[in-house]
Design a binder for this molecule. Sequence first.
Ligand code: ATP
Length: 504
Amino acid sequence: MSTALLQSESTALSDSPSISKELSLVLDPYLSLTIQGDEIRIVDRTPGKATRKSARSCCGVHATTNTSGQDISIPFYNVLWTSADENCLTITSADKVKKGVIPRTRTYTFDPVLQYTVKAFVSKLLEAVYGSAKSRKRLKVLVNPFGGQGLATKIFETQCHSIFNAAQCELSIQTTTYSGEAVEIAERLDIDAFDAVVCCSGDGVPHEVFNGLAKRPDAATALKKVAVCQLPGGSGNAMAWNLTGSGNPSEVALAIVKSVRKPIDLISITQGDRRILSFLSQSFGIIADCDLGTENLRWMGDLRFTYGLLSRIIKQTVYPCDLAVKVVIDDKELIRTHYRQGGYPGQSAREDVDNKNMALPTLKFGTINDPLPVDWELVHHPIMGNFYAGNMAWVSANVNFFPASLPHDAMFDLICVDGTVGRMKALKMITAAETGAHFEMPHVLYRKVVGYRIIPHRRDGIAEEYISIDGERIPFEPFQAEVHSGLGTVLAKGDGYTYHAPGV
Ligand SMILES: Nc1ncnc2c1ncn2[C@@H]1O[C@H](COP(=O)(O)OP(=O)(O)OP(=O)(O)O)[C@@H](O)[C@H]1O
């Protein structure tokens, strides 16, 4: 059998930008590689293992898998890199192990006369495995050493670093040394030098990065150019779950390597004279109270939130406020239709930030200090229990609080529930929120909105009151929110563009 590059159809190698047809490379009578469908199939019937071992060392690559006598298929998604020199072809893939994925390199030798054919095959394979995703991404990695249980540094080094290296990403790794440093890093970032800022942290550091980018004079340009993403290294890793469907650091690293840039709606919050951006959620009432008001119970670990919820539900705690909301859809059936259509086609166009040095968009509804927009009505809510606005579905690893949320529909979701709803109903809602089933509950007011103003009221005898933006505490003062269509950029896994959560 002669060694040759075979194609099942007479397509020239350079014909198509992606491999849609079968393409085979026969390296010797025992070894062939075929690009087929969305995977690479390697048929290796080489007798004995000695040849293969010496082949591996020729490239200085340590292969952890001996492919002799094995036929294997590697999905394109898992192929991190491939290259060839004059007589050696290597394929590095992220292989599934018990806990996530690890990079493995497989090496195959060939007769040097084949090198140009092999190199052509390699370049076709690289095209196929990255598709529309950028290869060799340039990543600014920020590691919060205090994220979660203080394990972010270890998580990055043991589970993520090798995936990025194997995918030939350009890395600039920085450990944050104080709270708020990520804001400064993003504010001063060379936005032409990086494709993304990768936060190995909880949701606090991505919040800081969005806000650092927002502080720049060229904020809108920077938010468009630089994607923000997360390696799950904190206690709340909502961003990773929503955009990749995983909370496993190595799997998320692989997703970042293979992800495509996508726009995401961001929400401006004005309070006093400040304007900040929110990418995840805003809460007032029971959620903010449990999240931020149970710091004294940190010794309880994850249970502190549940304990906080139960104790407040039993007391039927209310959080009075005045609220004006600019609602777009308030009917659950219509929200479902909107979700299933993926938003309103044409209505979610990214605000124009193509020009260089574009600043943050102006606020259509003004700030909290401006008169209320004429068509907004401020309504007193003496028995508000849960005011929760969100722009992502998962608010934590197992709570799909905003199941109808879409990343880029120029709206965000608002849930309001009375504090006097009844203890059993409130308890059922907690369980239902794990899957998003609370969406159906009649006492859960679920609306798609573009903005709101909320004026929280202090309660007699309560020393500390809380408002949370993306899990971070802001002063207990009135604030106003307004969505910006596609102002931010993220790296999201998959061809479509919904969050990786059960929808409605
Ligand atoms: N070196 C540091 N020292 C102290 N704080 C830091 C440091 N680096 C980052 N931070 C702060 O830690 C906060 C929480 O970070 P992050 O969200 O990454 O972790 P987390 O464990 O999910 O957080 P938490 O449970 O406290 O909300 C952020 O507000 C960030 O400013």
